[in-house]
Design a protein around this ligand. Sequence first.
Ligand SMILES: Cc1cc2nc3c(=O)[nH]c(=O)nc-3n(C[C@H](O)[C@H](O)[C@H](O)COP(=O)(O)O)c2cc1C
Length: 158
Amino acid sequence: MKPLVVYYSLTGKTKLVAQVIAEALNATLVEIKETKPRKLGAFVYLFGGLAATINRGSKINPIDVDLKQHETIFIGSPIWNSRPAPAINSFIYKTNFEGRSIIPFFTMGGDNSEKALANITAKIERSQGKVAGSFAITSYRVSDEEIIARAKEAIKNY
Ligand SMILES: Cc1cc2nc3c(=O)[nH]c(=O)nc-3n(C[C@H](O)[C@H](O)[C@H](O)COP(=O)(O)O)c2cc1C
């Protein structure tokens, strides 16, 4: 069974990692997009950050994927205020992951993904999924080439 890689990315870093995973594992790659794309700037930090803090979802476009075809699902998100981004919350809230192994992965400005991992794990479990691994990659002041190299290293474990 092909793995599935589902991700949300505002500035392209999580997308880079998702693409590496999809290529390495010959996985199906699906991007989650918000119905109203965010413009970069202070409002993202204010409203996006706040929404993440209070575990809100956001309106996302429907995705065309049959989860029954995928036993392993990688879920990628940037870390926003130590939590997953709202678009990823929406995907998790809407989905029943029963019988699926989920591997959340993050990109982040800092270097601590503990809180975000605990948060997303609780949400995945509430949607009947089992977390079977995870990783996080720092993007701040890291070149795209280096992010790709770190992602290739991380995916060797799967
Ligand atoms: C609203 C907002 C909140 C953020 N909060 C955190 C945070 O709490 N911890 C952290 O390490 N990085 C934080 N970041 C940085 C992003 O996680 C980081 O830049 C990430 O790689 C962006 O991924 P993307 O390019 O896929 O959107 C935040 C970024 C935004 C826009």
